[in-house]
Design a protein around this ligand. Structure first.
Ligand code: MD3
Ligand code: FE
Length: 248
């Protein structure tokens, strides 16, 4: 058994179960309705916005697939439940899990990718083909042909959850694209520069939005401001974000 894992497993389990049931109750299938705050309900109205030379916001790109994504994610969470991971100094604010050949994990000793879930001791659930294909297609759409993701990190934000400014640099190829899919409650994404102190651009992320970035923009600092329990016209109580990565 890896060092420190018995304590962590208890915490994982206590928190994991609550989050898992929270998840099943709050992501029911829904029928979108038009509203002023939701600008991209129609797939044919999805648009691309350039955030950097190799960073793209594909507004509404995942909307036609939202139901299938929720189903696929619920399926993988049945094998590896959501849990708040320990960090060197406390706990992640966001509940997380993974699917695919590798999963991002944090514990008291640091961050890394692992082929097995420390909570279950078994490999992460396979990446569902519809999630894999969505990520490959979105990458292609943004100019990154041949993307072959190995990891899908599932980030689950309850109101009050946030993700502080950080860089993603645990992967072998720091030019390879990352694809992120946002569903549920809206959030304000912070898109910074290559230094922590560089000014940040605030970008609203809504249900169905997809971000793709790589190359020169890959090491930009970024974060997610505290998610609000929105007066969202959609019946979502949480925010779900999926990030697809090449790890090795
Ligand atoms: C732009 N997740 O899991 S995804 C993460 O919404 C993470 O849960 C956030 O940051 C979330 O590591 C943001 C969008 C994103 C991720 C990484 C980037 C955009 C990025 C790295 C560089 C530039
Ligand atoms: Fe990140």
């Amino acid at each position: 058994m890896p060092q420190g894992s018995s304590d962590d497993a208890v915490a994982y389990t206590r928190r994991g179960i609550g989050f898992f049931f929270g998840y099943t109750m709050s992501f029911q299938p829904f029928v979108p309705t038009t509203s002023a705050s939701q600008t991209s309900l129609l797939p044919e109205l999805s648009s691309e916005q350039s955030l950097g030379s190799q960073a793209w916001l594909l507004k509404g790109y995942a909307l036609p697939h939202a139901g299938a994504i929720f189903e696929a994610v619920a399926h993988t969470l049945a094998g590896s439940p959501l849990r708040k991971m320990p960090t060197a100094r406390g706990w992640m604010s966001v509940a997380q899990s993974n699917c695919g050949d590798y999963g991002w994990v944090s514990d008291r000793t640091g961050y890394r990718y692992a082929t097995a879930d420390p909570l279950t001791g078994t490999p992460w659930p396979a990446m569902p083909p519809e999630l894999y294909q969505l990520a490959v297609n979105a990458a292609q759409h943004a100019g990154f042909g041949g993307f072959d993701p190995q990891a899908c990190l599932i980030n689950y934000y309850e109101p009050g959850s946030r993700m502080g400014l950080h860089q993603d640099r645990d992967e072998a190829d720091l030019q390879a694209p990352i694809v992120s899919v946002s569903l549920g409650l809206p959030a304000v994404f912070q898109f910074g520069g290559l230094r922590r102190t560089d000014p940040v651009q605030n970008v609203g992320l809504e249900h169905g939005d997809v971000l793709v970035w790589g190359g020169a923009d890959r090491l930009r600092f970024h974060g997610v401001m505290t998610v609000k329990s929105a007066s969202s016209p959609l019946a979502h109580a949480h925010r779900l974000n999926l990030t697809f990565r090449r790890v090795t």
